[in-house]
Design a protein around this ligand. Structure first.
Ligand SMILES: [Zn+2]
Length: 927
């Protein structure tokens, strides 16, 4: 059989879609602000913010309760003394850190555990003021997930979990080169919680040559990917970043040789000679090692080598050297001088202005590597890799990235964040991570350089790197771009910039920068730093961030008028509870915050989808509802702990897959069916070794594809009139084409599939129509490829009206697939959408009724970067051919379409940053 570079079948490769929906919703839940109390004017600082999906409050302010003793024990005793207020079991908390941001202030940061396993993002903070007997609790809050009952031992073998993590890379070339580092078990929060094994998966992006580094969480009870997102913290969204994952490196940061402190000089990137703090070595030479501060600052030259060589510094790497105290010209042209000086400036800002001793607050070494490339090619980016700063060598339009103080401040602030709030690097929490890095990057630059806040360049990031164009046009980002949630939030899936961590960052960062303009800068810096160090926790969203800054303001002693100014800055950027409901959409919601292992199914005026509520959730039940009228979703799947999804419906009944442990404790996949109006759930097939895919239902027929694990051969299975499924025979030497996005179609007694076989000279792929009543093939449209030549990709056979539709991509048109059709009477092939169309279907997947075919347009990254307009949208055209038109003008990503009846389509929509199941009866056409 020829090798095909295909996505894995959906039953195995479902992780991407699941993780998208889950992680989006992680950060999409609006916090419930307490209603305003009596009185004419509402206090801008909420006294109590309820938790979302937990009984523990997100924020409690205005306390003054005595808490004597050591900080950790005092904080723990406080939580234990108020079980009705906090609903927290202190035995599940482990002290992570005690942050001291002022002489009389201590913040105890606790990590939540469940059965000895850390809970992702489960952090709770208690803030203490005063000393000794006068010590009291000022406020408390964070995310503590009540109601976790998930098992704490894995049911799926470790080797299987690792394979599933690797399989989450759907591109076969990336998959082949991938490695998976086991990071240990973790409980994903939401509902009963979910035991997962955390892997850091590393590979190379075949399209760009850039790195792929993903944090992947595999459900250890059910054997599916539960959550996956990009692991990098680059300075800007780009195709390439540095290779190491945040926090992945376990070894201590390298310190280099120490030597004796000395002062020398070095040229900077612009050729100016500047003083540098250096270290004299025992042999009389000097190195770029600054010993004048508690934290040793060392700077290394990557000499243009590939950034991958510096994921961990090579054992023999040494800081930049010079025979004498006056460093040579290369120290300047590499960017090393600038990085060295900038690191000291950033350290001083945090120490002198905010009282922080270095990135980790403990004066640990600070390390920079400058002048690295992307495999010898220009590398216009920089990153914090969990341990050190890595600066790219620039490109035709950018200088060495080490040269910008705001970029250094940005990357080093990622290090501060990692040691404080550790904001999860996806969705809104990831955008806040970027926003805080931007804020301090710019604050450090304008403070050190004496730039006025009114200066046009003050709000720009990285503008000093620009070799061409205006600073405004070339800067990486700008904090005065006036973007708001309601008007500008980029409704992107996790596949894109980890859910918009850079693309949505200036919404939050802009509000912070406004504060720096309207309050005095020092107050603003202290306020934002206090919010970061004392209030924020890893899974916080924008509204949590707003409340954190306001509560930090109250604790800093800001007056009512100043706090109103803070609230107004967030209002101006649309950061207030419930903003999602004010984003304009033209679709009808069917299920808000839908979290699904795959997309919905639709038919006959009904939808069916596996979905769960709560942040990440445990079991995934299957639900159904009407597509034509408002309805409360009803549960179809049995009460168990499995994941239900990969469904089909004809409007009368549903058929679907259930994955996980059954009631005998055996792991496997089961094909289930049930009438949409209720009645018993029937099992059609069950296996621990074979994974059924592409379940279809039409009347009393249920079909699916089964692949033999040993031979890799795929067969169609059919259950007719309730009988056990039987294999449909194929001619000798024929197989179903493996690894298509959707392998099977079933409608009105006909099956559509893709068959393949070889002749002497060629390989044949054939869209095929099979009649159940006749028991034989009734129409076939073979496509032959000479042996040795590159074959076209055929996919998504779909019965619609009097035709069989499919997608077909010729070699040389990757992704630019045509939609073709053959008449059911075998009379010939037509083309609905020509090859190479800019509206080619993504993943070569289509969905159709007898009237219309719908697909998600392939989303290519525009040259000027992602925007809502560029995110993938749904298009529809008549099955008889015509011009594709927009299904909906919703601005965010539209994905997983399912055709229902006529022109009606059901799909998942990320416009508001969540993942909502929505529908329209007919296309919007022009937008
Ligand atoms: Zn960044």
């Amino acid at each position: 059989m020829q090798h095909r570079s295909r996505p894995t079948p959906k039953a195995l490769g479902a992780g991407a879609a699941l993780s998208l929906a889950l992680a989006l919703t992680l950060s999409a839940a609006p916090a419930l602000a307490a209603p305003p109390g009596p009185g004419a004017e509402r206090d801008p600082v909420p006294a109590l913010v309820a938790g979302e999906g937990t009984a523990a409050p997100q924020l409690v302010t205005g306390l003054a309760e005595a808490a004597p003793g050591g900080a950790g024990e005092a904080a723990r005793a406080h939580l234990a003394a108020h079980p009705d207020r906090y609903r927290i079991d202190p035995a599940q908390l482990t002290e992570l850190a005690v942050e001291r941001t002022a002489a009389d202030r201590r913040t105890v940061r606790f990590q939540q555990y469940h059965g000895g396993i850390p809970v992702l993002g489960g952090q709770y903070l208690v803030r203490l003021v005063g000393d000794g007997a006068g010590q009291r609790v000022e406020s408390a809050g964070g995310k503590y997930f009540t109601g976790l009952t998930a098992p704490t031992t894995a049911a799926v073998p470790a080797a299987t979990l690792r394979r599933l993590a690797l399989d989450s890379l759907t591109d076969q070339r990336a998959r082949t080169a991938a490695t998976a580092e086991d990071r240990g078990p973790v409980v994903l929060p939401g509902g009963a919680g979910r035991l997962a094994q955390h892997f850091t998966v590393r590979s190379t992006d075949p399209a760009t040559g850039g790195p792929l580094v993903r944090e992947v969480y595999v459900d250890a009870t059910r054997g599916v990917v539960a959550l996956a997102h990009d692991a990098r913290s680059p300075y800007r969204a780009a195709d390439a970043g540095t290779g190491a994952a945040r926090g992945a490196a376990a070894a201590a940061a390298p310190t280099g040789p120490s030597g004796e402190p000395a002062t020398g000089s070095a040229p900077d990137l612009l050729g100016r000679t500047v003083p540098v703090s250096i270290a004299r070595q025992s042999d009389g030479s000097y190195r770029l090692v600054d010993l004048t501060r508690p934290a040793t600052i060392s700077t290394y030259d990557g000499t243009g080598r590939d950034y991958r060589e510096f994921g961990r510094l090579p054992a023999d790497a040494l800081p930049v050297a010079s025979p004498g105290p006056d460093f040579p010209a290369a120290t300047g042209t590499s960017g090393a001088t600038d990085a060295h000086v900038n690191a000291g400036t950033v350290y001083d800002f945090y120490r002198d202005r905010l009282g922080r001793d270095g990135l980790d607050g403990k004066g640990s070494p600070i390390t920079s590597v400058v002048n690295v490339s992307n495999g010898g090619r220009p590398f216009p980016n920089a990153s914090w890799d969990g341990q050190k700063m890595v600066y790219g060598n620039g490109d035709a339009t950018h200088r060495q990235f080490a040269a910008a103080l705001d970029v250094a401040g940005h990357e080093m602030t990622h290090g501060v964040i990692q040691h404080t709030a550790d904001l999860e690097y996806s969705g809104q929490s990831g955008a806040m991570n970027e926003a805080l890095a931007d804020y301090f990057g710019n604050a450090i630059e304008v403070t050190a350089r004496g730039i006025a806040m009114t200066d046009p360049g003050a709000a720009l990031l990285g503008e000093s790197l620009c070799l061409t164009g205006t600073p405004e046009a070339c800067a990486g980002r700008r904090l005065d771009d006036r973007r708001t949630t309601v008007d500008d939030y980029l409704g992107a899936g996790l596949e894109l910039d980890s859910g918009g961590v850079h693309l949505n960052s200036t919404i939050f960062g802009g509000a912070l920068w406004d504060l720096r303009r309207t309050l005095d800068p020092l107050t603003a810096d202290r306020l934002v730093y206090r919010a970061l160090a004392e209030f924020l926790t890893p899974l916080d969203d924008f509204v949590d961030g707003r409340n954190a800054v306001l509560a930090a303001g109250r604790s800093l002693g800001l007056g009512r008028a100043e706090l109103r100014t803070v609230a107004a800055a967030f209002d101006a950027h649309g950061i207030r509870a419930g903003w999602q409901s004010r984003v304009r959409t033209d679709s009808r919601p069917l299920l808000r915050g839908a979290m699904a292992p795959t997309g919905p199914a639709a038919g006959g005026g009904h939808w069916v989808m596996g979905s769960t509520s709560g942040p990440v959730g445990g079991a995934v039940p299957l639900y159904t509802g009407s597509t034509t009228a408002p309805s409360t979703p009803t549960r179809l799947s049995p009460e168990d702990e499995r994941i239900h999804g990969w469904a089909a419906t004809d409007g009368t009944s549903a058929a679907w897959l259930a994955i996980g442990l059954d009631d005998t404790g055996t792991w496997g996949t089961e094909v289930l069916t049930r009438s949409l109006s209720g009645g018993p759930v029937r099992s059609l097939f069950k296996s621990s070794a074979q994974s059924p895919v592409s379940v279809q239902v039409s009347g009393t027929d249920i079909a699916f594809v089964l692949t033999d694990g040993d031979t890799g051969r795929s067969r169609a299975m059919l259950s007719h009139d309730g009988a056990p499924p039987v294999e449909l025979p194929l001619p000798e030497g024929h197989d179903l084409v493996p690894y298509t996005s959707s392998s099977l179609s079933l409608r009105n007694g006909l099956l559509g599939w893709l068959e393949t076989w070889t002749t002497g000279e060629s390989t044949v792929q054939a869209p095929t129509v099979y009649s159940i009543a006749a028991g034989r093939t009734t129409a076939q449209y073979p496509v032959s490829t000479a042996n040795g030549a590159e074959a076209p990709f055929l996919d998504s056979p779909t019965l619609a009206g009097d035709r069989l539709l499919w997608t077909q991509t010729a070699p040389g048109h990757p992704g630019g697939g045509a939609i073709r059709s053959g008449a059911l009477n075998g009379s010939g092939v037509g083309e609905l959408l020509p090859a190479g169309s800019p509206l080619a279907p993504a993943d070569l997947a289509i969905t159709a009724t007898d009237r219309a075919v719908t697909f998600q347009q392939r989303g290519d990254k525009p040259a000027d970067g992602w925007s809502n307009a560029a995110l993938p949208k749904l298009y529809q055209l008549p099955v008889t051919g015509g011009t594709p038109v927009r299904v909906s003008c919703n601005r965010g990503t539209q994905f997983h379409p399912a055709a229902d009846q006529g022109n009606r389509v059901v799909w998942l929509d990320a416009t508001t940053g969540g993942s909502d199941l929505v529908t329209r009866d007919r296309p919007a056409a022009a937008c």
